[in-house]
Design a protein around this ligand. Structure first.
Ligand SMILES: [Zn+2]
Length: 410
């Protein structure tokens, strides 16, 4: 049952807007909606007991629930191309497990970038039945050119099919369209660019048709030409964007296109190569270059949102967002900025305008971690409190259970 009125005492508050941390704040909720946020007049009430109406988090940092803007819930980080004998029940139970992993890291909304069977889009109906404390945004299978990169996360077009035609006919409980417009980054040749999968004409038509159907487009693109085509076409976000170059960054800033840089993926790949005794110098250079691009993007005013590509090789669900935040912190971004990228900016991209910020009239989707904000993002490893739409969650409870109950969805 939802507590009609509730107050949260926060030792430190990060509101998701990028504004400076505030100390000793009180958040009042009514029916899961934030009514007011004000300074607690000192001293902090000495012995406020945690009860039905007051949650004492005065030793904690409170921030909006996190969002991961790029995941593949159906993919296993250790075997992203799938396991032999994979069937629908296995995929569903994997999706459930991965959602639970996100939740334990304070991630309460994810934007899926596709799987070949479209499991996640189908799974959403099941999620609604169980009233999960998570928002899942799904693309269904990602679109790619026959014979090009993308088989294990999407569908290839038929030989004579235009991208716009495929998007027009795409069915299922989807929230956005995913298009793949390049290959992946070379781990042996620094900065090697792959050819675009679609030209400007075809991409422009595709984005227009998606928009007519009410969908945003997320475009996987690395390299100058693939990114430029996606931007000229009017896409909503660039995913990865390694080696896109400064001209594209300018265009993104001018056109208010969101960038999801997934920088940690490159460190995860480097780690895998190291474990296998392979040379890692190119992976490291790729990563360093991406960090330079991110710093430049910030100076130019590009809107950045955090995503991880969780489910791709070596990138774990949930934990990867903590790692991505660490990359940004080490690149010199303030804790307030990094939280904004993982909350407010992400919410705008996911189409969740009522979430991602802590301010009056917003949904109370928030997390609390022990200690002051300087402990972030590491303190996300031990979350003290999760609140979704004003309800306190108990992480020991299995929200994501009964994976075998998938009849009728297969
Ligand atoms: Zn991806």
């Amino acid at each position: 049952m939802l507590n009609k009125m509730m107050s949260i005492l926060a030792g430190w508050l990060i509101d998701g807007s990028g504004a400076a941390v505030q100390e000793k704040m009180r958040i009042d909720l009514f029916n899961g909606i934030i009514q007011s946020i004000r300074k607690i007049t000192p001293p902090l009430p000495p012995a406020v007991k945690t009860g039905a109406s007051v949650i004492d988090l005065s030793e904690c940092t409170v921030l909006p629930a996190l969002m991961d803007c790029h995941v593949h819930l159906a993919l296993l980080p250790d075997a992203p191309r799938g396991l032999p004998g994979d069937g629908v029940p296995e995929a569903y139970s994997r999706v459930l497990r991965h959602l639970h992993e996100h939740l334990t890291c304070g991630v309460m909304a994810v934007r899926d970038g596709g799987d070949a069977a479209g499991c996640v889009a189908r799974y959403k109906a099941y999620a609604a039945v169980n009233d999960l404390p998570l928002d899942v945004r799904a693309s269904g299978p990602a679109w790619h050119r026959p014979g090009r990169y993308g088989q294990f996360i999407g569908h290839e077009l038929a030989a004579d099919q235009r991208l716009s035609e495929a998007i027009l006919q795409q069915r299922g409980d989807i929230d956005h369209i995913k298009i793949i417009n390049s290959g992946i980054n070379s781990l042996t040749v620094f900065g090697k660019e792959t050819a675009p999968q679609f030209d400007t004409d075809e991409m422009t038509d595709a984005v227009r048709v998606a928009r007519q159907r009410g969908f945003k487009t997320m475009v996987h693109a690395n390299g100058t030409a693939p990114v430029k085509i996606a931007l000229d076409a009017g896409c909503d976000s660039i995913e990865h964007g390694f080696f896109m170059g400064v001209e594209n960054l300018h265009q993104m800033a001018d056109n208010r296109v969101t960038w999801v840089p997934t920088a940690y993926t490159m460190l995860a790949l480097k780690q895998r190569m190291q474990d296998r005794g392979q040379a890692t110098d190119v992976a490291q250079k790729n990563f360093d270059h991406q960090v330079e691009q991110i710093q430049m993007a910030c100076e130019l005013g590009v809107r950045i949102a955090l995503g991880t590509d969780a489910g791709s090789a070596g990138v774990p669900h949930g934990q990867a967002l903590v790692q991505e935040m660490r990359v940004f912190r080490e690149a010199g971004f303030s804790v307030e900025q990094v939280v904004m990228y993982a909350t407010h900016n992400a919410a705008m991209l996911l189409g969740l305008p009522e979430a991602g910020r802590l301010k009056p009239n917003m949904q109370a989707n928030l997390i609390a971690v022990w200690g002051d904000p300087s402990q972030l993002p590491e303190s996300l490893g031990a979350i003290e409190q999760l609140v979704y739409k004003g309800k306190q969650l108990n992480l020991n409870r299995t929200y994501l259970k009964n994976a075998s109950n998938t009849q009728g969805l297969c």
